[in-house]
Design a protein around this ligand. Structure first.
Ligand code: NAP
Length: 243
């Protein structure tokens, strides 16, 4: 029986790479969620189809309960279970704390943190019934360390770590593992705002002297799915930026 893997925010960046790589294993069936980037999501599906690989794409704004619920229900109706949930969808904002509006705060918290609460809540009933599951939350180095000019983002990512640890304790007896990955800086559209000079000065702060690739995160996701004795952990993948 195939492993059913739902990934939120998989039209671009890290989520897209995870979807692409995991779908190449014929034991997996990947369902890639997207919201605004429909063209990219269709292209992902078509490209994989040309290689003889089948994935599902599913549109939902995961910051909204009704859409998160319908998405999970659609997956359960079609496949009957969810083995792996990867809460990856996220947005960032670079702004002085005093300039953040209530709307911006809510948008970041709802997209990055409440989405994981809602999608997990919808999916976890099925995992509990199956006495098996793996949940991976994509946090950030800033959820651990806190970032100046990214207070809302850092708060949402710190919240994901709290969600990870507490849920790991609550769901451990149901054989559901919950872990977080805290990437440093990864080469995706999220970092388009940085100039070459700014990227260079970031690299200068990183012991491995380079920006990470999406594949660096995907490798860890793959390992966490295969593993059976790791839960409640935050795995930092950042080139040593935090040491
Ligand atoms: P990205 O390239 O900007 O991609 C973000 C993805 O999230 C897109 O597929 C986007 O889908 C999706 N998304 C955003 N809002 C959504 C919503 N309301 N509903 C459903 N999907 C939504 O960013 P990325 O770098 O891959 O980031 C992926 C995750 O890694 C994020 O949680 C981010 O915070 C985290 N992270 C990234 C870095 C980094 O340096 N890149 C570092 C640490 C942590 P649509 O375009 O279809 O809306």
């Amino acid at each position: 029986m195939k492993k059913i893997i739902l990934i939120t925010g998989a039209s671009r960046g890290i989520g897209r790479d995870i979807a692409k790589t995991l779908s190449k294993d014929s034991n997996n069936m990947v369902i890639a969620n997207y919201n605004k980037s429909e063209k990219e999501a269709i292209e992902l599906k078509e490209n994989l189809k040309n290689e003889g690989i089948d994935i599902d794409i599913i549109k939902a704004d995961v910051s909204k309960r009704n859409e998160a619920k319908e998405m999970v229900q659609e997956v359960l109706n079609k496949y009957g279970k969810i083995d792996v949930l990867i809460n990856n969808a996220g947005i960032s904002q670079y702004k002085l704390f005093n300039d953040i509006t209530d709307e911006e705060w809510d948008n970041i918290i709802n997209t990055n943190l409440k989405s994981a609460f809602m999608v997990t809540q919808e999916a976890v009933r099925n995992m509990i019934n199956n006495k098996e599951g793996c949940i991976i939350n994509i946090s950030s180095i800033w959820g651990v360390a806190g970032a100046s000019m990214e207070v809302a983002y850092s708060t949402s990512k710190a919240g994901l770590i709290g969600l990870t640890k507490s849920l790991a304790k609550e769901l451990g007896p149901s054989n559901i593992r919950v872990n977080a990955i805290a990437p440093g800086i990864i080469n995706t559209g999220m970092n388009n705002r940085f100039s070459e000079d700014e990227l260079q000065s970031i690299k200068d702060e990183i012991p491995l002297e380079k920006i990470g690739n999406t594949a660096d995160i995907t490798k860890c996701v793959k390992w966490l799915i295969e593993d059976s004795y790791t839960t409640g952990q935050v795995i930092s993948i950042n080139g040593g930026w935090d040491i």
